[in-house]
Design a binder for this molecule. Structure first.
Ligand SMILES: Cc1ncc(COP(=O)(O)O)c(C=O)c1O
Length: 1008
């Protein structure tokens, strides 16, 4: 009996304290086959194992697919699919290296770790606040898979809900900032400031190299600017701006000026004269600001700012130890065509109805490859939607009430601490005070110590000053506790709020007080009861197709199950209410999770160290390349600046290389999809003196494992370059191969693909990088919380651990699958793709496969023949798939005439068959057009999608040569589960010519 007692004791949550050996609480004798078998063969094996829930096909379905492909075993199939020379030992990713936890074990452990995050109340500020998330938004947006599982709205007919919400976000930003146009979010405030700096430089035709940053700007923003300025050769001057602008030489070379409004110390400065002076020097004014403050402050658009940016998180998005948060970015009309990020515009559909879509599709700069000036791709759609919903929920009146409270409390606090003998150094403020404590106390440390003892964190400024920022969450009791922190230090009695008069006049200079109205649009003025709000949220989500409806087989995007079990801890307060600059001893839970995740990612990639700071895949690329550049510089080879990139690469690759200060040289691919090794060798040799890096995606974006990957990496290393492996396709590698074995030096991973962070309708994402040992010293640091190596590059994100809270999702995903579950996921992802290729290849032209006839985890079908035969484009097939209830695959990339299809491991055989059946039937519909049975213009594909509004047209109006049934119910199962596109095909050209990017005004709504 003794061993059994030990085993049971180790299952209890109390045993989870053995944090230095996180795997030890798991029953060590449990093999994965026991842990995941459908019928556990021992009484004590957990029933709530994850891999069976995550992986779609069961053993019988997998066996049936294998046999249809002609294989007796998974091993035989894998041997034909993945080149032998890059295979790793089966044991490298196993339950020994990454033990699997059941769902309940994971939750118990997350609770235990959450308790290690000390719940101190934070007044640190510096761009991060304790947001109050309205419960109706928390449960029905943030925790609702109908909102968090859809993809970026490239298929607008099935994305009208989140497009409308993003237009609300854009409208909210333009209205509060008084700017002409705003995008639908960027990654964080610091990277948004870097985008602003580069826009100013581009605006000067890349001639003026000086960018001036006011000393009142947040330190994390300055750090990110330093990193970004280097790649563009921009000279950053950090100084008091008014003084600096008297320097004529500086003015002559000035592209822009960044100011913070209110500044890091809380002071509200009048920048209108500065704006005039900057404009007189033909430069741009970039303003970082705070949305809540703008309800009371004269908006930057009214005093001359050209670009306005900031963090929208205090509008109902938890701090989450730094993110994810939606940054905003707004510009004047004259700058709109240079603005980075996604812009949503209003257009119309073929029936003349208004409809939203991504405007100016080229807005995503990376499409311009090395000519791009930004690499932004994934942004922060879900967080922007939450912030927009917060404004819808509160409306202008509610926002004003929140602002009045925050400001009023700050005024009371100032009065209180000044009565105690301290001095606030800023006379004007919205929510932030910087207090000189030397007058009443000995030093700042004693105040910090008293604060921590009272469960409070203040901002560390210097030996004499402490900083405080108040927010919506502060209660009267909190305010008293805060005041009392100062009382004992000054040997004064404790405070009571009745001691202080209620302030009647704002502590904002009269000329900087807001007089203009904001958010007059109907949407912000009618959904204020919870009933109305709930209905609005569900009305919008019902218009969007997400993973809750059907598979989203987007190649290169890996849209797999985002399990509820991995999402649950995310909204626990232990993880939500944590400030990113909280002292490390207060965030041990987070630290532990981050270290475990980093360690597991290193095991998976075969690399030595990891940084989770980058907030997206593209940000990871940029970070990895900047690390490579720093490595060359450290060896006295800073002149190495050529980056070889295959023509098939994702647009973010060349865009990131350009941002890191590298020159892009394209490398050819063969007609069979493989990299042209001869061309690679010739170019590496030609540029050998300056060769910095080679970027390669593996398996390639053509969906094949290339044999030559190790040879390619060797060529680069022989000529002194480093290899960057784009890990967007890592889902095809785990347990079979890894980027280090392929020959790479650094890779990024898209945690929002391979590691199951949901895509959120266009973000958030996380793009950590893993690096070989020699690159470890260069991993990015952070100015407040030191991270990275001893020769670290400056920060690449505002927060030290990037979008820290969603790291929990990937951590949970890896821990619950364990090594064997991760490997099995990859095997099934490959099998599903090959089965699909097998079914579709007799109907469509499968563009690439290896010598054994196998694809990797995705497949490329070429539709060029249909265009030639009947003028049918990729878009026509994509839109017709919407009628069948599917999200179309990736269209026209990486080859314009192709669809890139990726089923992932999470889809069952039944769902895969359903998709293949739909594709095959559409092929038949196309055939009818080619053979003339259906006309070339008025047909099922050209008219697709068919919304209900089209189907209910009267007999007189229905002018189509096919039945309504064929249009809307082409398959029998659609009778049971029809997803209706809400508009017909949207006219892109009309939308671009008539650019409207905000909500209808009161007048327009009244008119309509
Ligand atoms: C191959 C590849 N690399 C990089 C990226 C960029 O990742 P992110 O959108 O997270 O910036 C993508 C995104 O789709 C991709 O497919």
């Amino acid at each position: 009996m003794a061993p059994l007692r030990v085993a049971l004791a180790r299952l209890r949550p109390s045993a989870l304290c053995s944090l230095s050996h996180p795997s030890s609480f798991r029953l060590t004798y449990l093999s994965r086959s026991l842990a995941t078998a459908k019928a556990p063969s021992t009484l004590f094996a957990p029933l709530d194992t994850f891999s069976d829930r995550h992986i779609g096909p069961d053993d019988d379905e997998a066996a049936s697919m294998l046999s249809k492909l002609g294989y007796a075993s998974m091993d035989a199939f894998l041997a034909d699919t993945v080149p032998h020379k890059i295979r790793v030992a089966e044991s490298s990713i196993s339950d020994a290296s990454i033990p699997a936890w059941s769902e309940s074990e994971l939750h118990a452990r997350a609770k235990e770790l959450g308790r290690l995050n000390k719940p101190l109340k934070s007044y640190i500020g510096m761009g991060y606040h304790n947001a109050v998330v309205p419960p109706v938004i928390l449960r029905n947006v943030m925790e609702n898979p109908a909102w968090y599982t859809p993809y970026t709205p490239y298929q607008p007919e099935i994305a009208q809900g989140r497009l409308e919400s993003l237009v609300n976000f854009q409208t909210m930003i333009t209205s509060l900032t008084a700017m002409d146009i705003a995008n639908a979010s960027l990654l964080d405030e610091a990277t948004a400031a870097a985008e602003g700096m580069v826009m100013a430089y581009v605006h000067s035709n890349q001639k003026k190299k000086t960018f001036l940053v006011d000393s009142g700007v947040l330190p994390q923003t300055v750090s990110v600017l330093k990193t970004r300025a280097k790649g563009f050769g921009i000279r950053l001057v950090i100084s008091d701006v008014n003084a600096a602008l008297t320097d004529e030489a500086l003015r002559a070379d000035l592209s822009g000026v960044l100011v913070q409004y209110p500044d890091v110390n809380g002071q509200i400065k009048d920048f209108s004269a500065l704006a005039d002076s900057v404009h007189a020097a033909n430069a741009l004014v970039v303003c970082a600001t705070d949305l809540l403050a703008l309800t009371m402050l004269k908006p930057p658009g009214e005093w001359g700012a050209d670009i306005v940016l900031g963090n929208s998180a205090r509008f109902g998005v938890p701090a989450g130890y730094g993110g994810p948060h939606g940054a905003f970015f707004a510009v004047t009309d004259k700058l709109k065509r240079k603005m980075p990020g996604r812009l949503i515009g209003r257009s119309r559909d073929t029936m003349g109805n208004p409809a939203y879509r991504l405007a100016l599709q080229t807005r995503e700069q990376h499409i311009r490859r090395e000519k791009a000036t930004s690499n932004i791709c994934t942004s922060q759609a879900l967080l922007a939607n939450m912030a927009a919903m917060y404004a819808v929920y509160h409306g202008p009146g509610g926002l004003r009430r929140v602002a009045n409270k925050v400001h009023g409390y700050t005024q009371v606090l100032k009065t209180a601490v000044e009565r105690l003998g301290y001095k606030a150094t800023n006379d004007s403020f919205f929510d932030t005070l910087t207090i000189d404590v030397s007058v009443a106390a000995k030093d700042a440390d004693s105040v910090h110590a008293a604060a921590v003892a009272a469960g409070i964190n203040l901002r560390r400024v210097d030996d004499r000053h402490v900083g405080l920022t108040l927010d919506e969450s502060v209660s009267p009791r909190d305010l008293i506790a805060l005041i009392n922190v100062f009382a004992p230090a000054a040997s004064a009695p404790s405070a009571s709020l009745s001691d202080f008069p209620v302030p009647e006049v704002p502590s904002i200079p009269l000329e900087l007080q807001r007089t203009s109205e904001f958010l007059p649009h109907p949407v912000f003025n009618k959904h204020h009861s919870e009933t109305e709000m709930l209905r609005y949220i569900f009305h919008l989500s019902s218009r969007d197709l997400g993973l809750v409806h059907a598979m989203i087989p987007l190649g290169s995007c890996t849209m797999k199950l985002n399990s509820t079990s991995s999402m649950i801890p995310l909204t626990w307060p232990e993880f939500g209410a944590v400030h990113p600059f909280a002292p490390v001893d207060q965030v041990q839970g987070y630290q532990h999770i981050i270290q475990e995740l980093e360690s597991d990612l290193c095991k998976i990639t075969g690399f030595h160290a990891c940084s989770v700071q980058p907030n997206s895949g593209a940000a990871g690329e940029y970070t990895g390349l900047t690390v490579i550049k720093a490595y060359h510089e450290s060896r006295g080879e800073g002149h190495r600046d050529v980056c070889l990139i295959p023509l098939s690469a994702h647009g973010t690759n060349p865009a990131s290389a350009m941002m890191a200060g590298l020159k892009v040289v394209p490398v050819k691919t063969h007609a069979d999809g493989n990299l042209d090794l001869e061309d690679l060798k010739a170019k590496a040799e030609k540029h050998k003196d300056n060769l910095a890096a080679f970027m390669i995606t593996y398996p390639s974006t053509f969906g094949v494992f290339e044999d030559g990957v190790t040879d390619a990496c060797k060529i680069i290393h022989d000529f002194g370059g480093q290899v960057y492996l784009d890990g967007a396709n890592l889902n095809a590698q785990i347990g079979l191969t890894n980027p280090a074995t392929c020959g790479g030096d650094v890779c990024h991973m898209n945690l929002h693909k391979t590691f199951a962070i949901p895509h959120g309708g266009g973000g958030p994402g996380v793009g950590p990088i893993c690096v070989a040992e020699h690159l470890t010293p260069f991993l990015p640091t952070h100015p407040i919380v030191a991270t990275g190596g001893d020769k670290a590059i400056d920060a690449v994100s505002a927060a030290p651990f990037g979008s820290a809270s969603i790291l929990l999702i990937s951590w949970a995903y890896i821990k619950m699958l364990g090594g064997e579950g991760l490997s099995e996921s990859t095997n099934i992802a490959l099998l599903n793709a090959n089965y699909m290729a097998h079914r579709l290849s007799s109907h469509y032209n499968l563009r690439f496969k290896n010598n054994n006839g196998r694809v990797a985890h995705e497949l490329l079908i070429d539709l060029a023949e249909f265009d030639k035969a009947a003028g049918l484009k990729v878009t026509d097939f994509a839109k017709r798939l919407q009628d069948y209830g599917f999200h179309p695959p990736t269209c026209s990339w990486p080859i314009s005439t192709c669809m890139l299809i990726e089923p992932t491991e999470s889809e069952t055989l039944e769902e895969i068959d359903r998709f293949c059946d739909a594709m095959i039937q559409i092929r038949q519909e196309a055939e009818d057009i080619i053979t003339g049975k259906q006309p070339k213009e008025n047909n099922l594909l050209k008219n697709a999608p068919h919304p209900m509004a089209a189907i209910v047209l009267s007999d007189k109006e229905w002018d189509r040569p096919y039945s309504r049934e064929a249009a809307a119910y082409p398959m029998p199962w659609l009778r049971e589960r029809k997803f209706w596109p809400t508009v017909s095909r949207i006219d892109d050209a009309y939308g671009d010519l008539n650019l409207i990017c905000d909500c209808p005004s009161v007048e327009e709504s009244a008119h309509s």
